[in-house]
Ligand binder design. Structure first.
Ligand code: CMP
Length: 133
């Protein structure tokens, strides 16, 4: 089990000045931030990052949204980081997310859901290498 995961504060949260609030929640939950950067994905990069979703009904809306503004990318560390962080961010659909989770607090809808967290140790490594080579 790896102790690191990749988080992305997504454009809807960046636009609404929620970067500080979201990083505070992450740190209050004992994740250690070892790297952070602001990045503006282009369409080619976003399509590569989300290639697993290619062909799905929401894919084009997802690419448009993820390239619409800057994102904040964070490398996080904690024991059992991937599943602990997935728990903290909550369900993809904010209506189904548990109270206290980042998506319940801030997500606009299922696409504009404020935050990303890697969904497996394998994907965490792939995603970390994507942004922090
Ligand atoms: P995330 O889980 O971080 O990565 C894939 C993203 O695709 C997801 O967040 C949402 O932003 C988006 N997404 C996933 N499922 C749906 C859906 N059913 N409808 C719209 N957007 C979705």
């Amino acid at each position: 089990m790896t102790n690191k995961t990749l988080a992305i504060i997504k454009p809807d949260a960046v636009k609404r000045n929620l970067i500080g609030k979201i990083i505070s929640i992450i740190e209050e939950n004992d994740f250690v931030v070892s790297q952070v950067k602001s990045y503006h994905l282009n369409a080619v990069e976003a399509e590569k990052f989300y290639e697993i979703h290619k062909g799905k009904s929401f894919f084009e809306a997802l690419i448009d949204y993820m390239t619409s503004d800057k994102i904040i990318v964070l490398l996080l560390h904690k024991n059992n980081a991937v599943s602990q962080f997935r728990k903290l961010i909550g369900n993809t659909n904010p209506e189904l997310a548990d109270s206290g989770t980042i998506r319940k607090l801030y997500a606009v809808n299922q696409t504009q859901n404020s935050i990303h967290g890697s969904d497996s140790d394998i994907n965490a490594n792939v995603e970390i290498n994507f942004f922090f080579k």
